[in-house]
Ligand binder design. Structure first.
Ligand code: SF4
Length: 102
């Protein structure tokens, strides 16, 4: 059987669904029908709820067909820093460093 993975995001969290692992328990759409609705296409619409609520519901999936990741994790937690970094030297003194340093 072909391994199929589908992804749906609200910009903050990405829902990962593996249809071959779904056992059709209906727990997702009984628990959070705004996001999981098998009558709609696409059947998963994460923009209809909060990230916290979606994660709470995904954790109840009994088969592991549903999983998620936070989009900020995908970028390896790196945050774009736009601020300038300035290093000042002083005679026999410390280096003074200004800016946004991770
Ligand atoms: S909760 Fe999981 S196993 Fe149940 S219908 Fe939804 S995706 Fe399928």
């Amino acid at each position: 059987m072909k391994d199929i993975t589908k992804k749906y995001t609200n910009g903050e969290v990405t829902i990962v669904w593996k249809p071959n692992e779904c056992i059709h328990s209906a727990i997702c759409f009984k628990g959070l029908g705004d996001v999981f609705d098998p009558k709609k296409r696409p059947w998963i619409t994460p923009e209809e709820s909060s990230t916290e609520r979606i994660i709470e519901q995904i954790k109840k999936c009994p088969s592991g067909a549903l999983s998620y990741y936070l989009n900020r994790d995908e970028s390896d937690g790196k945050i774009a820093l736009e601020a300038e970094t300035i290093v000042e030297t002083s005679l026999n003194g410390p280096l003074l460093v200004y800016g946004m340093l991770p």
